[in-house]
Design a protein around this ligand. Structure first.
Ligand SMILES: CC(C)(COP(=O)(O)OP(=O)(O)OC[C@H]1O[C@@H](n2cnc3c(N)ncnc32)[C@H](O)[C@@H]1OP(=O)(O)O)[C@@H](O)C(=O)NCCC(=O)NCCS
Length: 204
C-alpha cells in the first residue's frame, strides 16, 4: 500500500479516495471562542465503572461507532481509567475517548473510540479530549498516537488530521484491518493513522 505522506501532502489511498489536505502548520483556531459552553464549565476526568451506562448511551447515539457491550465500557472504567477520558457538562457525559498504551511499545497510545454528543460537535471538544488524554501522566512517555479510521468517516479523519497539524506531527496512513477480515461483509476497511513524534510542549 502507498502511503507515507508528510503533513502538507494529500493522502491518496489506492483502495479509495481519501482526500485530506493539511492546512499550513501553525494554523490554529481558538477553541474557547468556538464553544457554546466555556471550557471551564466542562469537566474532563477519568471514567469509573459508574460511567459505563452513560458512555454506552453516548456511543449508541453516535450511530457511527461500533457499539460494544455495556460490559466493555464498564471494564474500560475499571481497568483502563488512566488512558480513557470522559467530558462532563451539567452532570451528563458529552464526550468520551478510550485508549491504551501498546503493550509492546508504551511510546504509542492507541485511540480506540472517540465520541462527542451531537449538539457539541465541531466546537473543538474532540480535539480537547485527545489533547487532555495526551497530557495525562500515563501518557508522559508517549510520542505517537495510532488509531483507525474508515473512508466514510470524514469527521474522524478531520479530527486526527487536526491533531497532527496542531502537534506538527507526521501522519502516516496504511491499511490496518481490511474489510474482508470482518465477519459482517458491509464493514469498511479500517486504515491505520500513525501520528507523531511530537514535542510535548505542543500538546496544549
Ligand atoms: C469525530 C468526532 C469525535 C469529532 O468531534 P468534534 O468535537 O466535532 O471535533 P472537533 O470540533 O475538535 O473538530 C476537529 C476537526 O474535525 C473537523 N470536523 C469535525 N466534524 C466534522 C465533519 N462532520 N466533517 C468534516 N470535518 C469535521 C473540524 O472542523 C476540525 O477540523 P478544523 O480544525 O480543521 O476545522 C465527532 O464527530 C463524533 O463523535 N463523531 C461520531 C463518532 C466518531 O465517528 N468517532 C470517531 C471515530 S472513533
Amino acid at each position: 500500500m502507498p502511503v507515507v505522506k508528510s503533513r502538507e501532502e494529500k493522502i491518496n489511498l489506492r483502495t479509495g479516495n481519501l482526500s485530506l489536505i493539511h492546512e499550513p502548520v501553525g494554523y490554529r483556531k481558538n477553541l474557547s471562542g468556538r464553544m457554546d459552553v466555556s471550557p471551564s464549565e466542562l469537566k474532563f476526568r477519568k471514567p469509573c465503572t459508574q460511567d459505563g451506562a452513560g458512555i454506552w448511551d453516548l456511543v449508541r447515539e453516535t450511530d457511527v461507532l461500533d457499539l460494544n457491550s455495556a460490559y466493555c465500557y464498564l471494564m474500560l472504567g475499571k481497568y483502563f481509567p488512566d488512558t480513557c477520558l470522559v467530558a462532563e457538562y451539567e452532570q451528563k457525559i458529552i464526550g468520551f475517548v478510550s485508549a491504551f498504551l501498546l503493550p509492546q511499545n508504551p511510546e504509542i497510545v492507541f485511540v480506540w473510540q472517540v465520541a462527542v454528543a451531537g449538539s457539541m460537535r465541531k466546537k473543538g471538544l474532540g480535539t480537547m479530549l485527545l489533547k487532555e488524554l495526551l497530557k495525562r501522566k500515563a501518557c508522559e512517555k508517549v510520542r505517537f498516537l495510532e488509531t483507525t479510521v474508515t473512508l466514510s468517516n470524514v469527521a474522524s479523519q478531520s479530527l486526527f488530521c487536526r491533531l497532527a497539524r496542531d502537534t506538527r506531527s507526521r501522519l502516516e496512513v496504511t491499511v490496518c484491518f481490511p474489510a474482508n477480515l470482518f465477519p459482517k461483509s458491509n464493514h469498511e476497511t479500517e486504515f491505520l493513522f500513525h501520528i507523531g513524534p511530537w514535542q510535548r510542549e505542543l500538546i496544549k
